[in-house]
Write a protein that binds this ligand. Structure first.
Ligand code: M6R
Length: 597
């Protein structure tokens, strides 16, 4: 993971890099560091912890040419020494790295034999020493030779005392270049540079960019100068800020009515689904959905929807498993990757594996221009704006919506009718989410009662079983409370043994074809003294009666209910984590974008 930023231009360097790193902290925040070039001197600062915790020493650093890094530790503990930038022996070459060098140990041994002295435990430091080894009088040549020896993934920004440029190069990890007037930028993604420029170049693997104040020169792997397309970013900095909200997570939860409108905008007209996908459904025998974390939960929901509406068999696979199990894939398979960031390393590798085996590929992606979005044959963007809280919220609901549209589109392509009542119900979703959000006060008071719980169980059935999984994931990742999600009927096969007076159980108990069965499960928990929090429809009397706490959501059709029902679960975990005094947006050990295996 890790975040990189680099700048060359006329602005004051330190505030720009500080600001940029704060925006990249969602990629990792174990430690941070800067190297600012001032004539032929390097000003270096490296610290353990988050940038916001102590930034005053940085403000004193002068210079207008530099690189910076926020770290998510892989090789070596989060210490000052292990933080980036890393240097060669003579401290003339400085690098920041995002990715993992898999042959770092062999390279380190080779370099140590050549008298290179290492100071950190990181894999990244070998890169600086390799560049030193090959440096004669051209940084670019030295970098080319160095990266030819690297196995693994990297996005690198490199500076050297003898040259007035930043070099950027990548393999497998993301890197974008921002084009300004008398200034240019490098970053892991557009968020830290969007307030300065909306003109972005997406660097491809093995391309090398030389960035100076005056311009950006990019060469392909053969050393030929190439003309790259400059993309224009449509969203603005306001969308990437917290505004009146205490945390990004709560802001993003409340954005969901708007986000659903965005994902639907222009995609439904006269009862028809308008998507531009290069897919011949007559030739698709099977769909494989692949993703990680919350996005994987969206895939589980989509399986039910696609099989029902498009009548195509669907398999769901964790991307991290799919990529390594030598899956049977044919050219009649459609592989769909679902990813908010579009950068998740496992999901990217799964797509590459599927492509290699001849499958057609489709991406359901939020971040425009991200690596996965550029590698798939066709895609559906979520247009949800930046999601900054590590806990995914608005991406989840918009992914389900996009996948629902896809299921209906496939149905339409197979010349089957779409019930207009379904379209009507879809259009009502933004206001129904708004209604779910209206329970915020009640949810806060319930959170207060359970803030000291050590464990939680979540139960749901059918389309709401993945919602139970998602509720449990949300709670554990930001509140550090152990939580598990189960299909409610599985309770009697084991989890029921956990029920006692200290075990809260959250039931998604809205209208469904298995409603009466789920009520029996609630009764079984109640009979064993468990505490019950239920998500119920407003008009419901039955589930409400057997629950200790009931949270209202408006009724919709069962197939759409996941989008409405997950809202109270997001709020519940948010308030519990906040009441426990935790850093909701940046939970320990996690990062927003998981670009390592
Ligand atoms: O960017 P992606 O959707 O590919 O990310 C996948 C997971 O890393 C992500 O959903 C993760 O599980 C979230 N922290 C969950 O809130």
């Amino acid at each position: 993971m890790c975040g990189i930023i680099g700048y060359v231009g006329e602005r004051e360097m330190a505030p720009l890099l500080i600001n940029g790193l704060k925006k990249l902290e969602y990629r990792g925040y174990d430690s941070y560091g800067f190297c600012i070039k001032d004539g032929d001197r390097f000003h270096v600062l490296k610290k353990k912890g988050r940038i916001s915790e102590d930034e005053s020493p940085l403000k004193k650093i002068q210079g207008n040419f530099g690189i910076a890094h926020t770290r998510w530790a892989t090789h070596g503990k989060p210490t000052e020494i292990n933080s980036h930038p890393h240097f060669d022996c003579k401290k003339e070459i400085s690098i920041v790295h995002n990715g993992i060098i898999e042959n770092a140990e062999q390279l380190r041994k080779m370099l140590e034999k050549e008298k290179h002295v290492f100071v950190s435990e990181t894999d990244s430091e070998v890169i600086a020493h390799l560049i030193e080894k090959f440096y004669v009088n051209s940084l670019e040549m030295a970098v080319k030779k160095a990266i030819s020896l690297l196995d693994g993934s990297f996005a690198l920004a490199i500076i050297c005392k003898n040259e007035d440029c930043i070099l950027a190069v990548k393999r497998g990890s993301p890197l974008v270049l921002g084009v300004g007037k008398n200034e240019n930028f490098i970053a892991s993604d557009v968020v830290p540079i969007i307030e300065y420029t909306k003109k972005i170049i997406y660097l491809k693997d093995e391309e090398i960019a030389k960035i100076t104040k005056e311009g950006i020169e990019i060469k392909n792997s053969k050393g030929k100068i190439i003309d790259k397309k400059i993309a224009e970013i449509k969203w603005n900095i306001k969308q990437a800020e917290k505004g009146k909200f205490k945390h990004f997570m709560i802001k993003e939860i409340f954005e969901q009515p708007e986000v659903i409108k965005n994902v639907l905008r222009g995609r439904i007209k006269d009862n028809k689904i308008k998507l531009t996908l290069d897919i011949n459904f007559k030739k698709i025998n099977r769909i494989i959905l692949t993703a990680c974390g919350t996005s994987w939960h969206s895939c589980l929901i989509a399986k039910t929807l696609i099989e029902k509406y498009a009548q195509i068999p669907v398999e769901v696979d964790y991307a991290s498993e799919f990529r390594y199990r030598n899956p049977l894939v044919s050219k009649n398979d459609l592989l769909i990757a679902v990813s908010q960031s579009g950068e998740t390393a496992d999901t990217l590798a799964a797509i590459r594996e599927g492509k290699k085996k001849g499958a057609k590929t489709l991406g359901i992606i939020n971040v425009v221009g991200s690596t996965i979005s550029r590698e798939v044959d066709s895609g559906i963007y979520l247009y949800s704006g930046p999601e900054t809280g590590v806990a995914s919220t608005k991406a989840f609901t918009s992914q389900i919506m996009a996948l629902f549209l896809f299921a209906l589109y496939a149905r339409q392509e197979k010349k089957c009718k779409i019930d207009p009542r379904l379209i009507n119900e879809i259009k009502k979703l933004p206001e129904k989410i708004e209604e779910s959000l209206g329970e915020v006060k009640k949810i806060k008071s319930i959170a207060k009662k359970f803030v000291d719980s050590s464990n939680f169980l979540y139960f749901g059935r059918g389309i709401n079983y993945p919602v139970a999984l998602e509720g449990a994931l949300k709670l554990k990742e930001i509140s550090y409370i152990h939580a598990e999600g189960y299909p409610a009927a599985e309770m009697k096969h084991g989890p029921i043994a956990l029920i006692d007076g200290n075990m809260p159980s959250v039931f998604i108990a809205t209208h469904s074809k298995t409603f009466s069965k789920l009520i029996s499960n609630i009764e079984e928990v109640k009979a064993r003294g468990g505490k019950i929090i239920s998500i119920v429809n407003k008009e419901d009397k039955i589930a409400r009666k057997c629950s200790d706490f009931a949270i209202n959501v408006p009724r919709t059709i069962e197939d759409l209910s996941a989008i409405v029902n997950v809202i109270p679960l997001q709020l519940l975990s948010y308030f519990i984590a906040d009441m426990r005094g935790l850093d909701v947006d940046k939970p320990r050990n996690l990062a927003k974008s998981v670009t390592v295996e």
